[in-house]
Design a binder for this molecule. Structure first.
Ligand SMILES: Nc1ncnc2c1ncn2[C@@H]1O[C@H](COP(=O)(O)OP(=O)(O)O)[C@@H](O)[C@H]1O
Ligand SMILES: N[C@@H](CCOP(=O)(O)O)C(=O)O
Length: 291
């Protein structure tokens, strides 16, 4: 049996819609695979009751097909589905790494990214790779049609997950179809600033570069309390706050010694809006680990 721990991820980071992503050091899914004649999936853990075990509807099923690697698969969910923390991607990424090993396919981590992204198409309609790339490779990743680039980065983060469900499929429908030249120029500038910040492990630059005039304002409306929670995080020291992935989680960048205060401020602000939430004091971390 092969066991892989695949981390949660935060995609977009504001200015990098469908392109940027980071691996988080927690939470994570654990995937176990064993060779079998036909594929079966067992799921335990957080939110498992909402996840289909039918391989045609689960993200790991598409990975099995792409690698031609039937298996008995156990998924222990640490990442809640519909969280904005790459739940569906963590399973797909973990399965890709585990099945590649189980069947000795010899693919590189980079080559596994488009294979795991097929799983995302099953649930959100597009094979976006911005969650599976960091879950497989770790660090900060840039996923484009031409492939993927990754860099290690040491950035403290708080991911705050409210008890609201926002499906990625629904949140993709509110993304504006057009942008003005002014918005494009601003977004390119922010994305470049963020990339520089990741390369230099500089939270200040990363936070500044997360600003986004296009996608985030449209999606913030789907998250009860977004403005209040975002403002509370900033007042507690966060240098940047945005929607994590498609939401409903929020992602805040701060200094190490401010994470606890930022997490508390975000939880209190959600509570004031009548929304229960949990906060992960986390950081940019490594990708899927084989045991
Ligand atoms: N292995 C899986 N893990 C989590 N969710 C899955 C999995 N396979 C299919 N799903 C479905 O994907 C949806 C959650 O994915 P998504 O909306 O992208 O949320 P997230 O932002 O957490 O990835 C749910 O409808 C869930 O049932
Ligand atoms: N780029 C995608 C990312 C979705 O991330 P998730 O964690 O919410 O699945 C999008 O923004 O739609």
């Amino acid at each position: 049996m092969i066991t892989v721990r695949a981390p949660a991820t935060s995609a977009n980071l504001g200015s990098g819609f469908d392109v940027f992503g980071v691996a988080l050091d927690r939470p994570a899914d654990v995937i176990r695979v064993e060779r079998a004649d036909r594929t079966t999936i067992e799921i335990t853990g957080v939110g498992s009751q909402y996840i289909p075990t039918d391989p045609d509807k689960n993200t790991v099923g598409a990975v099995v097909d792409a690698l031609e690697a039937p298996a008995r698969i156990e998924i222990d969910k640490g990442v809640r589905p519909a969280s904005g923390l790459g739940s569906s991607a963590a399973s797909a990424a973990g399965a890709a790494v585990a099945l590649n090993e189980l069947y000795d396919r010899g693919l590189s981590r980079e080559e596994l990214v488009p294979i795991a992204a097929e799983g995302e198409a099953v649930v959100s309609g597009t094979a976006h790779a911005d969650n599976v790339a960091p879950s497989i490779l770790g660090g900060f990743t840039i996923a484009t049609g031409d492939g993927v680039h990754s860099v290690e980065a040491d950035i403290p983060l708080v991911a705050c997950l409210p008890e609201i469900a926002v499906s990625t499929r629904d949140a993709r429908e509110v993304v504006p179809e057009t942008a003005s030249m002014e918005q494009l120029v601003e977004t390119v500038g922010n994305a470049a600033t963020l990339t520089m910040g990741m390369c230099q492990s500089d939270p200040e630059l990363v936070g500044r570069g997360m600003a986004d005039p296009l996608v985030t304002p449209a999606r913030a409306k789907l998250i009860t309390g977004y403005e209040a929670v975002s403002q509370a995080a900033r007042e507690a020291g966060a240098v940047g706050v945005t929607v994590s992935g498609a939401g409903p989680s929020l992602l805040a960048v701060c200094r190490d010694d401010q994470r606890r205060a930022v997490a508390t401020a975000m939880l209190d602000a959600f509570a004031d809006e009548g929304v229960e939430a949990r906060a992960y004091q986390t950081r940019v971390s490594r990708g899927a680990t084989l045991f």
